[in-house]
Design a protein around this ligand. Structure first.
Ligand SMILES: Nc1nc2c(ncn2[C@@H]2O[C@H](COP(=O)(O)OP(=O)(O)OP(=O)(O)O)[C@@H](O)[C@H]2O)c(=O)[nH]1
Ligand SMILES: [Mg+2]
Length: 332
């Protein structure tokens, strides 16, 4: 069944754990990325009654320069050629449909629905990532979302490296109306994590979110610290953390893959959160990240507000990028 964007968003609301999916917000957030990708595609294909090889070459150029990456683009173009060969309709709309379908297929690889919070109590989520990626903000947003579905939530301020880190998380905890465990700057991050999980067990919390530092004296320290946090909390809950989410700034582009590789070496990542997609034209890098990682994208950040975190949905993401006057009713 084909869905119009407005119906599509309604469908997704029904399926989502979080209630704040808003197609317009996603669409607006991705406007810079859309301008970069879709406007160029339009320029390449508009007005062509028949899509010829020159047009396909232009399309290839557009995709490669849209942070989608060379290998990924090659796969898409290959598919475009195959599909168009067998299609009688070689119009601009059909080429867009093929590209969109290929992009959705790509985004859906490695996606899984694992990590159901209802199977564990408390459900423990560790948030990692380099400094400034958006970890603390994402915790605030996640806390808010879980709170809204009536979970009892506690956050642990295990970023004890920066003095301001505590205060920042404290502000988010207050906004979301959830509890927090914090100690002073310089205290042992693992002991903060331990105390948070202990309190969650004692007082029957549903969700534990643990913030971590993005920078320590050096990278080895940081990675050792993350390892230690994991070891310490698994003394209390052997299969914890139930999720380890790597937060990546959507502006990062190619380097995102390097970050994911580095963190994967020390900790099993269960998902990625890609933030700041609202401020960047580099949203195309989401395709490249997914093409190069075995880890699913769980959430995307589309603004600085508490409601600006969305569960990642491949079809909605591609539709939001491709929504334009020309293709508004064309949602495969
Ligand atoms: N526009 C936009 N800004 C965001 C988003 N997520 C985070 N930010 C901003 O990014 C900046 C850094 O976010 P933090 O949450 O402090 O990042 P962090 O990873 O905790 O950083 P450190 O604690 O220094 O390691 C803040 O100014 C946030 O408001 C998003 O989805 N969109
Ligand atoms: Mg932080």
């Amino acid at each position: 069944m084909l869905l119009e964007p407005q119906n599509l968003s309604r469908e997704i609301i029904k399926m989502s754990l979080f209630k704040n999916f808003n197609f317009d917000k996603l669409k607006n957030g991705l406007s810079k990325t859309r301008n970069k990708i879709v406007n160029s595609i339009n320029e390449a294909v508009t007005g062509k009654a028949v899509i010829d090889n020159i047009t396909i070459d232009k399309l290839e150029e557009v995709l490669v320069t849209s942070d989608i990456g060379f290998d990924t683009t090659e796969k898409i173009i290959e598919q475009v050629r195959v599909s168009l060969k067998s299609e009688k309709d070689r119009s601009e709309v059909s080429i867009i449909t093929v590209v969109k379908n290929e992009l959705v297929k790509l985004l859906n690889q490695n996606q899984n629905n694992g990590g159901d919070y209802t199977n564990h109590k408390p459900y423990i989520i560790l948030i990692v990532g380099i400094n400034g990626a958006g970890k603390t903000t994402t915790i605030g947003k996640l806390a808010n979302n879980y709170k809204k579905i009536d979970c009892k939530v506690i956050v642990g301020a295990a970023d004890t490296f920066r003095a301001a880190a505590n205060e920042q998380l404290d502000i988010w905890a207050e906004r979301a109306g959830v509890d927090i465990i914090q100690r002073g700057k310089g205290s042992d991050p693992s002991s903060v994590a331990y105390d948070t999980v202990k309190k969650a067990l004692d007082d029957k919390y549903d969700i534990v979110l643990i913030d971590t530092a993005g920078r320590l004296h050096n990278k080895t320290n940081l990675m050792n610290e993350l390892n230690k946090i994991k070891r310490v909390i698994s003394k209390l809950v052997p299969d914890a953390p139930h999720q380890t989410l790597l937060v990546i700034d959507g502006n990062t582009g190619q380097n995102a893959i390097v970050q994911a590789d580095e963190f994967s070496k020390v900790t099993d990542l269960s998902g990625l959160v890609i933030t700041k997609l609202d401020g960047t034209a580099k949203g195309g890098s989401v395709f490249q990240i997914i093409a190069n990682q075995n880890v699913p994208v769980k959430y995307i950040g589309v603004g600085e507000g508490i409601d600006d975190l969305q569960e990642f949905d491949a079809q909605a993401f591609v539709n939001a990028i491709f929504v334009s006057d020309i293709y508004a009713n064309e949602t495969t």
